[in-house]
Design a protein around this ligand. Structure first.
Ligand code: CP
Length: 323
């Protein structure tokens, strides 16, 4: 399997083999991260712009660390301090970044399709770091990486995604990745946030949380995305929490080896009890750790890296693409 994509825009257009190649490459990069010298020259001489036009903690910081570990030159674009505030368009902003020889643009934007739009006219590689309610491909890659690391496989697992599915880009990317890799995906939450139309993506839809989590191997929780909701989708946070929150009592009814996942940021006491978030079955912080290796793998592959075979056995990675 050879990676031959210039951009990473979504999971929907990837094959199961391409997803597997990213996960295998990420596993090799995780091993690199355990060496005394964690930095490699794969992106030496390349410039990466982190164009975050929407807030982020985990994705922005792990992309930046991944770029540092790959020896890239890095520009962090801050929307609040930019000429976007003076009315410059996203297209003009991106073309100016390209005029400064940006090789890669990592973009987070509140508008669904913003990365695809840039990829239409830029010669730089574009990596989607989350676009509106559309997709968050590197989150799905780190989620599947974390599941595979713990369970040894994805195919055949019961994965329940619980919460605000309708407004979640993580849910869409996870659904694409998990179903392509053969998992059985159940979506659960209030009917206003989990409409039956999602069955068309190959998922089961349930509005009964106790039933949806009983046989789950993985419970992936999502917060309520108030920033994208245009109307009230349920009566109150307290009611949401009692009907759909993952409490200690609910966790006691699940499989003993169930994994608790959450992309963050978590809202303690709403979709997840604080004790559950911090319990031994929670891999929430391991997801963050794995995000670094996954983002290194993505940058490496879109730069022309061939795969994990290039990383085996040595401290130095040299991409086949000249710097
Ligand atoms: N999971 C995630 O995208 O978190 P951030 O918004 O903090 O990047």
């Amino acid at each position: 399997m050879i990676w031959n994509r210039k951009h990473l825009l979504d999971i929907e257009s990837l094959s199961a083999e391409e997803i597997g190649l990213v996960l295998d490459t990420a596993r090799a990069f995780k091993a690199v991260g355990e060496r005394a010298i964690k930095k490699v020259p794969a992106l030496r001489g390349k410039t990466v712009v982190n164009l975050f036009v929407e807030p982020s903690t985990r994705t922005r910081i792990s992309f930046e660390l991944a770029e540092q570990r790959l020896s890239a030159d890095i520009i962090n674009f801050t929307a609040e301090a930019s000429s976007l505030k003076k009315g410059e368009t996203l297209k003009d902003t991106a073309r100016n970044l390209e005029a400064l020889n940006a090789d890669f643009i990592v973009i987070r934007h509140s508008a669904s399709g913003a990365p695809h739009f840039l990829a239409r006219f830029l010669s730089s590689s574009v990596i989607n770091a989350g676009d509106g309610a559309h997709e968050h491909p590197t989150q799905a890659l780190l989620d599947t990486f974390t599941i595979r690391e713990h369970k040894g496989k994805i195919a055949g697992l019961n994965v329940t995604i619980l919460g605000d599915i309708l407004y979640s880009r993580v849910a869409r990317s996870d659904i694409w990745a998990l179903t392509k890799l053969g998992a059985k995906v159940t979506l659960c939450g209030p009917s206003t946030l989990v409409p039956r139309v999602f069955e068309q993506m190959g998922c089961r839809v349930s509005h009964n949380v106790d039933e949806a989590i009983r046989e789950a191997d993985i419970i992936n929780l999502l917060r309520i995305q108030h920033e994208r909701q245009r109307q009230t989708m349920f009566p109150s946070l307290g009611e949401y929490s009692s009907l759909f929150g993952l409490s200690k009592a609910r966790l006691a009814q699940t499989k003993p080896d169930v994994l608790i996942m959450h992309p963050g940021p978590i809202n303690r006491g709403v979709e997840i009890d604080s004790e559950v978030a911090d319990c031994g079955r929670s891999v929430i912080l391991q997801q963050v750790t794995n995000g670094l290796a996954v983002r290194m793998a993505v940058l490496f592959l879109v730069n022309g890296g061939k795969g994990p075979q290039e990383l085996a056995g040595g401290p130095v990675i040299v991409s086949t693409v000249p710097a």
